[in-house]
Design a protein around this ligand. Sequence first.
Ligand code: WTA
Length: 651
Amino acid sequence: MTDDIAALFVENRSYPPPADFAATANAQPEIYDQDPDAFWERAGRERVTWFTPFERLSEWNPPYAKWYIGGTLNACYNCVDRHVEAGAGEKVAYYWEGEPTGDRSVFTYATLQQNVVRFANTLKRLGVRKGTPVAIYLGMVPELPIAMLACARLGAPHTVVFGGFSAESLSGRMNDMGCEVLVTQDEAWRRGRPVALKQVADEAMASAPGVHGCMVVRRTGGEVSMREGRDVFYHEASAGESDDPATCPCEPMDAEDLLFLMYTSGTTARPKGIVHTTGGYLVGTSATHHHIFDIKPDTVYWCAADIGWITGHSYIVYGPLCNQTTSVLYEGTPDQPDKDRWWEIVERYGVTVLYTAPTAIRTHMKWGPEYADRHDLSSLRLLGSVGEPINPEAWVWYRTHIGGGRTPVVDTWWQTETGMILITPLPGITTLKPGSAARPFPGVEAAVYNNEGKEVPPGAGGYLVLKRPWPAMLRGIFNDPDRYVETYWSRFPGVYFAGDGARIDADGDLWLMGRVDDVMNVSGHRISTIEVESALVDHPEVAEAAVCGRADAITGQAIVAYVTLKGGLDGSPDKLAELREHVAGKIGRIAMPANIVFTPDLPKTRSGKIMRRLLRDVADHRKLGDTTTLADPAVVQEIQARAAAGDAKEE
Ligand code: WTA
C-alpha cells in the first residue's frame, strides 16, 4: 500500500463543466465559500420539513455527534406525504422494471403513499410499533422501498439485508439487531432464473428465535413453505387494510432516533451494524443528492445500485424521494435478456442522470460500445460513479460511449459509515480529472495524513481523514462502542479515519487509492479477508486459510484464498469447488474466492503471524517484498509455483 501511495499518478486529461450546464447548475461556485455550520443550518431548514424545528445545529462530544438537536420529523413524511400534500401526487416517484421483459409498473407519489400506508397498517398487524426492529430481505421489487418507508412511518428501525447473503449472514444480523419481524419474498428474479429467498429466510429464522412474524411478498409465485402463526403472505394479510394516510399517521421521531442499521464488513469476522439516525441522515443525503446530481423538477434519475447496500438506501430511497425526484428502479442484471438492457431502459424513460459503479462500467466496456450504440442515450446529461476507485480508462469510456462525450462524470467517494457522499466534484463547477474524486463537499473537511498524523502537502499521499463531523455520519456501531472508537477514532486522535489511502495533487484534488486495511473491494462490495478466512476454516477439512485480494480488470479486486488442508492432504478441483460453495453458504455468493491455491504451509513470521503482504505480492505477480522475517522462506517459493500453475490453468 505504501508503494501505491507513493506511486506518482500521471493523468493529464481534464474536462471543464459545459457552459450551459454551469449556467443552470444547482450548485454555483459561491457554495464553497460558505461556513460549514451556516451551510448545514440552511440545508436543515431547506431540505427537510420538521414537525418541531431544531433548536441547535449540532453537538460534538468526540467521537459522538448529534445534529439538528431538538428537531422532530418523520423520514417517510419527508419522502412521501409532504409531496402529495404539496400537490405533486401525480408526479412519478418510481418507474419500476422487472427483470422479465415487459414487467413494469409506475408509482406516483400518491400511489406510493397508498402502498406505504397499506404496508405499514399490515406491519402493525404483525406487532410492529415505534421501536420494533424489522429485517428486510428482498430483491429489487417495489415492496423494498415501500417496506422501508412503512417502517420509517411507524418509527420502526429497519435493517435491509442484501438478497445475495446467506442464511447465516441474515440470522447473524437479525440476532444482533434483535429483529422481531422479517419481510421477505418467495423468490427473486436474477439473471433469468428464480432465486429462493423465503427458503433462505426459513433457514435463517431457525436460528433467530426472536423473529416471531414473517411477511412474504409474492413475486414469482414459486412454492414456499409457510409456518402457521408466523408467516403470512403480504397480499393476503393486507387485503382488508386501509391505504388512507389518516389511518396511519407518520410517527414524530427525534432527529437522533435510529432510522436503520446497515451491516458492513470490517477487519474482523463479525460484520458491524452501522447506526444511522433520522434528521442528519435525511438532510445530508438530500442536500448532496440535490447538488451533486443537479436534480431538477424534470430529472429522471437512475441509481443502478441495489437497495441492499448503503448506496441504495441513500441514493435510491431516502435522498431522491426527499427531493421529490422521479427515479428508475430496475430489478435484474444488465444482460437480461441482452447486454443492452440498461440502455433500453435509459432510452425508454429518458433517463437524465445515471449513477453506477466502476465494476459495471468495466463490464459494459468489455461487452463493447455496440450495445449502447443501439439506443438513443441523448437524454443523459450527467453520469456518476461510486464504490471503488475508477480507473481513468473506464471514466473516459463512460463519458464517451454513454455520455456521448458531453456529460460531466462525478466520481463520488463515501462509505456505509459516512451515510452521504463526502468527496466529489460538483458538476457545474469542477474541472474534472478522470480518476479523481476532486474535493470535499461543502460543509465537509477532509485531509490526507502521513503515518505520524501530519497533513501531507500537495503531491503527496497518505491516509484519508475527516476533520469535522457531518450530518449523516454514523452515530456508532450497534452494541459495540469500543469497536467504534477503535476502528474510526484511535488511529489519529480527534479525526475520523476512513481506512482509505489517498493522494492530494498540486491543485488540491483528491485521488482515492483503495483500502489500507484487510478489507477487499469486490465489485464495489466490501468483504473482509478475515470473514472469508473464518468461513474457509469452518470447513472440517481445512487446517488454515489466508485470504487476500488481487487486482481484477472487471471487479476491481478478486478474492484469492491460500488453503492448507488437514493431514497434509493436497487439494483437487472438486475440493476447490466444494470450498467455494462452503463460503457461499457461510457468507453469500459475493464472498466466493475467485481462486483457491492449496499449499502445504502458509508464509508466517517466527511469531506465527501470517504475512498477508507476501500473499498479495504473489496474487498480483509482484516482486516479493521483504522475506527476511519469514520462519521458512521456502514456503513462499512453493506457493508462488503453485499459484503460477493455477493461473496458467485459469487462462
Ligand atoms: C470505496 C459505498 C474510491 C472506499 C458507498 C470506501 C471508493 C469503500 C469510492 C466504502 C470512490 C467508495 N473512489 N473508492 N468514488 N467510493 N469507495 O461502505 O474504499 O460499501 O472506503 O460504501 O468503498 O464502501 P461501502
